[in-house]
Design a protein around this ligand. Structure first.
Ligand SMILES: [Zn+2]
Length: 340
């Protein structure tokens, strides 16, 4: 069977590897059908010195597929079922896992496709507890966006920032995979949405998704425009995943007692925070990483009810690297999907 391996920094190789053994007790075997690309994949591809991993490493952190075989003791799955998979190998028995807070697992073996072998291969065996059924109305292409793009956003907005109907939210990079999902999810509960984009073509697309106000961050200072749009009050929530110099500007966009939730730092990981501003303004800052399995189920339900992901590009497995290049170029609007 095929497997796409990272063999060095920025070096991918499509290789032929033996198919996995039949699934063991508690496992299912999945035939991968689609992989969603994320900035996590770009980080992994570029090479990150502080990441503990062994090469070669099968890439792919977010995926969907079909059940190919069912191991002993597994109920609820039969061959041919459509599924999406949780993207980290959690232990299943620590306190966090038992409470369903999978992304706080105390014994996590790693993020699939980043620390440990991922989904870019024809077949994979997974513990059945990490596998989520995909509703009939959802395509496998769309379902490939549930574990990270939708799941992460769902967890950020509703578990961490506790976004409520009627609130105002600033969504950074509305054209990104998670940004486009955040606009849709916030719109669906009746929020007012301000978003940032890097060019005018993306501004039109962001408006079509449901953004009420779009700021081109290349031509305007988003914090100034946001304060003006909110009559100097600021927004209830900032959806952040950019970091760098924009982070403090994002804090400046919050109203007193506002919440900032972040899951990324594509523009730089280190910032200086004014603590007086932090406590006097009573900001709440949430770091968020990954999601809970429940978030994937909820995301798939939302897709089944009509909230489809925005797909920018679909590429075959051989063109995985071209998909990454598209993500890296920042030309992308929505998700890049790798089809099998
Ligand atoms: Zn655990």
């Amino acid at each position: 069977m095929r497997a796409l391996q990272l063999i060095g920094d920025r070096k991918l190789e499509l290789v032929d590897v033996p198919a996995p053994a039949p699934p063991g007790d508690g496992e299912v075997q999945i035939r991968i059908k689609a992989v969603g690309l994320n900035h996590l994949d770009v980080w992994g591809f570029r090479g990150m010195a502080f990441v503990k991993r062994k090469l070669p490493l099968v890439v792919g952190a977010e995926a969907s597929g079909e059940i190919a075989a069912v191991g002993g003791g597994v109920t609820g799955f039969t061959t041919g079922d459509k599924v999406a998979m949780y993207g980290a190998m959690t232990c299943g028995h620590c306190a966090a896992c038992r409470e369903g807070r999978d992304n706080l697992c105390e014994n996590v073996a790693g993020i699939m496709g980043f620390h440990i072998d991922g989904f870019a291969r024809d077949l994979i065996n997974m513990p059945a507890r990490l596998v989520v059924p995909v509703p009939a109305a959802v395509s496998l292409r769309d379902a490939a966006c549930a574990p990270i793009a939708f799941g992460t956003t769902e967890h950020m907005l509703f578990d961490n920032a506790k976004l409520k109907s009627g609130e105002t939210i600033l969504v950074h990079a509305g054209g990104s995979g998670i940004g486009s999902v955040a606009i849709k999810m916030a719109k669906a509960i009746g929020c007012t949405i301000i978003t940032t984009v890097g060019d005018e073509a993306k501004a039109e697309k962001a408006k079509a998704l449901g953004a009420d106000h779009v700021i081109n961050y290349k031509t305007e200072r988003f914090e100034g425009v946001t304060r003006k749009l909110t009559a100097k009050k600021g927004v209830d929530v900032v959806f952040e995943h950019v970091g760098g110099e924009g982070f403090n500007a994002s804090l400046f966009c919050l109203k007193r007692g506002g919440r900032l939730v972040t899951c990324g730092s594509t523009a730089g990981p280190a910032v200086t925070i004014n603590l007086m501003q932090l406590f006097q303004q009573q900001y709440k800052i949430f770091g968020s990483f990954g999601c809970q399995i429940r978030n994937i189920r909820d995301s798939l339900s939302k897709m089944a009810a009509g909230m489809a992901p925005i797909i920018d590009t679909e590429v075959p497995l051989e063109d995985f690297e071209r998909g990454l290049a598209r993500l890296e170029s920042r030309q992308v609007f929505g998700k890049v999907i790798v089809n099998f």
